[in-house]
Design a protein around this ligand. Sequence first.
Ligand SMILES: Nc1ncnc2c1ncn2[C@@H]1O[C@H](COP(=O)(O)OP(=O)(O)OP(=O)(O)O)[C@@H](O)[C@H]1O
Ligand SMILES: [Mg+2]
Length: 340
Amino acid sequence: MYKTLSYEELDHRLKEMEADALGEGGVDAVLREFEAKWRALLEEQTARVKQEILERRRAEDKVRKLKREMERRVEERMAELEKAIEEQKKLDRMKDSFLTSVSHEFRAPLTSIRSFSEILLQYDNEDPEMRKEFLHIINAESERLSRLVNDLLDLSQIEAGRMVYRDVVMSLEEVVRETARIQFPSLRQKSLRLLLDLPADLPPVLADRDRTKQVVANLLHNAISFSSRGGEIGITAEALPGDEPGRPAGWVLVRVADQGVGIEEKDFSVIFEKFSPASADTLREKPRGPGLGLPICREIITHYGGDIWVESKKNEGTTFFFTLPAADPSRLEKGAEPPD
Ligand SMILES: Nc1ncnc2c1ncn2[C@@H]1O[C@H](COP(=O)(O)OP(=O)(O)OP(=O)(O)O)[C@@H](O)[C@H]1O
Ligand SMILES: [Mg+2]
């Protein structure tokens, strides 16, 4: 019943069975296919893992960049904040010193007014000349007080942007002459000569008449205050031709020059500052006021897009310059200006 198979037959039968079960290529072919599939899977997995690592790195880079950006912004904000705090502190200090100087300015004339009026009240039979002298002092000191109050009000109105400018086309020569006339008594008192050099063909300017007078008056008042007796003060003006599109008529340049005590170069900009620190040594030596005049001048001039600056030599003299927009002369017709 059992048939004995030779090795050759057995090998042949096994190959037949393998071919039946595994197809033509046999085990080798199956192994090759398996290896190919396995490799493909491995490559796919490796590519996916690589892609994931890449994406994670990109995300980490992004987070790092964002963190750096945030840190930079925080540092920037901190620096801005520190700067703002410093500025606020500086402003506080300036306001403190300004308040001290303003209170002093109020106290000085008030003290004179009170003392001289008390003397007048107490001593009826005082020499009439003396009484007149005292009344003059009281009058001058009240004027000083009202000037101070007006300046303070002007400055706070300018600060609040509430200053009203009524622009008219006007002759600068007239403005200068009218302003100078008011200061004749002070000029005479110090034996100062005032020379005006205003060319006849000077174009009119377009600005607020009272504010322009205020600028000229402040500069002239300073020139008188800081001049020694017997000196000379000059006011000159000239037209600067215009080449700007918005200002075809150009500018009028005005100079107010004196031969007084002069200003040191380091104070050239300080004197125009609001609440300017009264600390500048050179300024302290002089009979200075509350320091409101020049800041007001600057506000008015810059309102018109003009410039105001100073040139000076210690003990030789000072010249203030300012520019105002010139107007077309044909606009300066009769009735173009409101009566004074
Ligand atoms: N022509 C000048 N010659 C020398 N120093 C001047 C002259 N004009 C101004 N200064 C200096 O500039 C400072 C500031 O001037 P500003 O007119 O602003 O104030 P003030 O004259 O002291 O007081 P105020 O005008 O408010 O009465 C003066 O105190 C003075 O030290
Ligand atoms: Mg002044």
